[in-house]
Design a protein around this ligand. Structure first.
Ligand code: MD3
Ligand code: FE
Length: 218
């Protein structure tokens, strides 16, 4: 057995009001979660989306769920069809829904039923600059994020762009839940470690669960 070097990171670390990093919360399920990714990507492949200004997002992504986040020359939005395939995004796997619901409940948000999961893939060159998640109609629901594979440095700011930014390391199996007063906090991803993860090779994956639609309305 290896010594428990990351015991500290397996605890719950409060990030701010309504926001918590649940160290290792998804660790026991990480392998089955990862096993879903190639199955889903066979339906909606990873792609680098375009921004309004014509740039290319360095993070590769696809969605699963009833609706999915897209970016193109027209801007950002959620839509039920994958623009690459013209088909629905693949359904959210039960294992995804189950973990997201339990993590949200652990953070104090009962009954979280996401309708969208953005699957992000990063390599060591990928950055995600400081931004707010503003495109979801249901701001009452939290966001749940699951880190898989290589570790990374997560940027956690405040409600204004100029607020002080803290860095937190996120590791394989960590889950972060944001809601309430922290729902619109500026955040981003700084550096992904270089190297090889036994389960994901050169990648970090992130599952970001959101409720984009309000209740039953579309
Ligand atoms: C913090 N993804 O896809 S975790 C994103 O690691 C995104 O893939 C990062 O930011 C990643 O938009 C960061 C997800 C996350 C999502 C929503 C948040 C962090 C958040 C809302 C408020 C504060
Ligand atoms: Fe975000």
């Amino acid at each position: 057995m290896q010594p428990d070097l990351f015991a500290e990171s397996r605890e719950a670390i409060p990030l701010g009001p309504g926001a918590v990093l649940l160290g290792g919360f998804g660790l026991a399920e990480a392998s089955p979660l990862l096993a879903e990714i190639p199955r889903l990507a066979a339906i909606s492949p990873f792609r680098h989306m375009t921004t309004r200004s014509g740039g290319r997002l360095s993070v590769a992504m696809f969605n699963c769920g009833e609706t999915g986040w897209v970016s193109d020359r027209k801007g950002y939005r959620y839509q039920p069809l994958d623009p690459e395939t013209g088909l629905n995004w693949p359904p959210l796997p039960q294992a995804f829904l189950s973990l997201a619901g339990r993590a949200a409940a652990r953070a104090g948000y009962d009954g979280f039923l996401p309708d969208a999961c953005l699957v992000n893939r990063y390599d060591a060159e990928t950055r995600l600059s400081l931004h707010q998640d503003m495109d979801e109609r249901d701001r009452a629901a939290p966001i749940v994020s699951v880190s898989l594979g290589l570790s990374a440095s997560f940027l956690w700011g405040g409600l204004a762009r100029g607020d002080k930014v803290r860095r937190h390391r996120v590791h394989h199996g960590d889950v972060v839940v944001w809601g309430g007063p922290s729902r619109l906090v500026f955040h981003g991803l700084d550096s992904v470690e270089r190297g090889h993860h036994p389960e994901t090779g050169p990648w970090r994956y992130n599952l970001t669960f959101r409720k984009a639609r309000c209740r039953e309305t579309s």
